[in-house]
Ligand binder design. Structure first.
Ligand code: LLP
Length: 410
């Protein structure tokens, strides 16, 4: 978002214009920023034969998927429906990584029949898969490395108590299944969590993946998952992807010279690609001056952006329609019948009813985690690309609230 004399803009388009044209609440994405982030990763890991697979769960809009496809990304999906969306967006089946968890063989088999890369995360599904496919279809193994990483415990997935991945301590059981069913393991995968800024975590993952790859002779790629951190506020530490790239390039080279095998590097960034590119624009419905707190009540809430409530996530908020107002301290809350505080004790230019607030870093896990709670409509989504703002999802209507409901007869 840029500040100009005539107001705040997203990729050159005035926010007031966006509001007038599309209404609020509104998700707005800056397409050029998404591509810039993709290029950053492609450049940082260029020495590692990298394949970037966008974690579609972060922002599943088909137009965003198409934009990423057009710019050389693959995609990581977590359900068969995300896979269908990715195929519809134009991804080839072999560009799609299907990293599911706790699903049944039926869903895995749908993935196989679509020709996806299959990533398995527990011994039971590995056994079912082996029984059904033997060595006729390869799979990747998602490992749980017992590393505690990530910004918040809830988004940390590689530790001992996490449900994700096959614990590395179960190597013997994995090998027994491979031997029994002739399973062909073509990749090894670790995703330790989200918002990891510590280079050491990626290097620890690398040492496990390379160590295992020595013994798994059919392995063609190592998948480091996502988790690259972006800044949510001034002074926040970002993942230094260039530094990680420099280290990993050496490790891939060492592996190749020791084994004669050249491996690909796969990554599955979600937040890194789309978080900072997204804004949730919301209108101020009410300013409620209580004796101790001044609340700003807006026309969005946890139904549209659940991250502050679910992970105590911090999202910067700015009043984009009062450029000169004197700053005051406000607590910004949603209009949902829950305590849905979007930001406490925030300094904002004087907020008046009707002002527009921009909630930042809303591109990842914003709309994709939105709901119709309180029977409210999910917002519209707009993509700004090459100077043009395009509606990429309509705001819900009352028909959406009723869709699928069947009225019982009494
Ligand atoms: N790969 C796998 C296997 C994952 O489970 C995830 C995220 C990613 C990649 C992408 O992670 P990222 O680069 O976006 O950190 N809803 C939470 C984050 C949950 C992430 C779930 N898995 C949030 O809003 O913080």
């Amino acid at each position: 978002m840029q500040f100009a004399q005539d107001g705040y803009k997203v990729s050159g388009i005035n926010i007031s214009e966006l509001k007038a044209h599309f209404g609020t609440p509104l998700y707005v994405y800056d397409g050029e920023k998404i591509i810039e982030q993709l290029k950053k990763l492609q450049t940082a890991f260029a020495g590692c034969d990298v394949k970037v697979k966008f974690a579609a769960k972060a922002l599943t809009n088909i137009s965003i998927l198409k934009l990423l496809k057009k710019n050389g990304s693959g995609v990581d999906v977590v359900s068969i429906n995300e896979a269908r969306l990715a195929l519809k967006a134009g991804f080839e089946a072999n560009e799609i990584m299907f990293t599911s968890n706790c699903i049944d063989l039926e869903e895995v088999s749908e993935g196989v029949s679509l020709g996806l890369n299959i990533n398995l995360d527990n011994l039971s599904i590995l056994e079912h898969f082996g029984k059904k496919y033997g060595n006729s279809y390869p799979c990747c193994l998602r490992l749980n490395p017992s590393i505690l990483a990530g910004g918040n415990y809830k988004i940390s997935t590689g530790h001992k108590l996490s449900k994700f991945g096959i614990p590395i301590e179960q190597l013997d059981q994995i090998n027994a299944l491979i031997d029994r069913y002739y399973i062909k393991v073509n990749g090894l995968h670790i995703h330790t969590g989200s918002e990891i800024s510590d280079t050491e975590v990626f290097l620890k993952m690398a040492s496990i993946l390379f160590e295992w790859a020595k013994d798994f002779s059919n392995v063609k790629f190592l998948d480091f998952g996502g988790g690259f951190k972006v800044a949510y506020k001034a002074g926040d530490k970002e993942t230094n992807v260039d530094e990680i790239g420099t280290h990993l390039e050496k490790l891939f080279e060492q592996f190749e010279s020791a084994t004669g095998r050249k491996l690909q590097m796969w990554i599955e960034p979600g937040k890194f690609l789309v978080s900072d590119a997204g804004y949730l624009l919301t209108k101020v419905n009410t300013v409620k001056r209580n004796p101790t707190v001044t609340f700003v009540g807006v026309n969005t809430g946890l139904n549209h952006l659940i991250r502050p409530m679910m992970y105590d996530a911090y999202h910067e908020i700015e009043n984009v329609t009062n450029l000169t107002g004197v700053q005051e301290t406000y607590t910004v809350v949603g209009n949902i019948c829950e305590t849905d505080t979007l930001g406490s004790d925030r300094k904002l230019n004087e907020v008046r009813e009707g002002d527009i607030l921009a909630i930042k870093n809303a591109g990842a896990y914003g709309y994709s985690m939105a709901s119709n709670y309180n029977s409210r409509f999910r917002p519209a989504e707009v993509l700004i690309y090459k100077g043009k703002a395009q509606l990429i999802r309509e705001r819900d209507t009352f028909e959406d609230i009723l869709r699928g409901q069947v009225e019982a007869e009494f």
